[in-house]
Design a protein around this ligand. Sequence first.
Ligand code: F6P
Length: 519
Amino acid sequence: MKRLVIVSNRVPDPAAGAQAGGLAVALGGLMEKHGGLWFGWSGRVTGAGEAERRGVRRARAGAVDYATIDLSEEEHRRYYNNFANGVLWPLLHTMPELMRYDRSDAEAYRAVNKRFAAGLAPLLGADDLIWIHDYHLLPLAAALRGRGVRNPIGFFLHIPVCAPEVLEAAPEMAELLRDLLAADLLGFQTEGDLANFVAAAQTLAGATRGPLNTLLYAGRRIRLGVFPVEIAADEFARTAAEMAHLPQVRRLQRSLDGQKLVLGVERLDPSKGLLQRVDALRRLFAARGEWRGSVTAVQIAAMSREGVESYQTLRAALDRATGALNAELGTPDWQPLRLVVHGVARPVVAGYLRLARVGLVTPLRDGMNLVAKEFVAAQDPDDPGVLVLSRFAGAARQLEAALLVNPRDPDALADALHTALRMGLEERRARWRALWAAIAPRSPLLWGQSFLAALQRAVALKIPAIAAGERLPLAAGERGYAGTGERLRLSARLSFDLHGGEHEPTRPAVTGKPGRLLN
Ligand code: F6P
């Protein structure tokens, strides 16, 4: 019987009540259903030496074992703030100008990954399947291998991959890419991310292309795949419909007094295009007088990563830009933009999303962006709102019926807002139906199961050599990249069973349109 071991920086530690991010939400259902071990940071920052002294703390909730370690103040600053979020995050989001590099931070990042490996290795059993998540833990697979761990290891990157020339700006990148190649399966959000990774692994790390969707490195074959993260659309739709009656949601509705709501919801983050959004709103209200007093924008930009300089700078700039917009165009009884920098509870957000006439999701670059999918799920099918979505969010690959925009072109963004606000019921319904069809048949559970099925196959397929031109099977929801003449496809052929491998699907097959050929 195989046990699933998930490793991520943030863990919903039941003992500490640590805050879980989108990643933890995506994985929660999989862990609840299959059980297993979840290893990561406890969310606690302690004094120097204390974190190591305390070691690994265990807790159990339902079928899930949690094992967490604390970080010292210095580890947290250097590993989490300075390197993960001050170097890797901006770089991978193609914002190298925001990167603040210091070699000692890179060393601390590697040291924390080694501490993760040291804490996790003794807890592993021979049959465990290990699934590592995200940019905080790029060196972990190699650190585990260095400790003699031979279990199947999968790695999924939740954020985008930039072009190799940008990636190279971090001096450690070649080494970090080689560390990643210690895993058996590498998963990405989009074909573009996968293609950038393949290019970087070849040019920077010395890997070579294997047959079909594999890379060859150090005598090993590493499988790659595309696994877009999904939401539980039905469940979110039900929640949003219920939460529309919450007192907080009703209060927002009353305060709008019949005006249309343009809503943005995210963490305050330089990748989210918040300043460009304010600029676009200014242009909209300045050029189109009819919307003054009849439309209000609400931007929830929950403060995050406050220890990172670029986040503090952005907060100040956003305050200034919002103040300037409201001062310039606002009147005593109308403000164009209401900015909220506190977090809002998820159910309340669901209710707000249902209320919105326009969902404004315009990151400069985003791995996936689940808010875009949640906005779609939250709509009333009879009277849905319009999604204005950045072309540079991973979600745009699936949500093609949204109004797709370049977030760096404020006039185009203002035009898209105008179009969205004027859009008639028939077009809104037609677009919404297409968007719903793109998200409804999927779920985070299927996403997780398809990744794990692919991981099992990646390990199984390693022993016999793969003949040139042979087609590797794809899992439910997975999009592999293909050799000459082979089309990318979606195929709900396999699902994952932790107790015995692959079995027949429970959902009908979905055939996608041909994707981009990488050969
Ligand atoms: O993948 C990006 C991500 O790790 C999400 O999973 C999560 O919602 C977000 O960033 C939160 O980041 P942090 O852990 O820094 O609060």
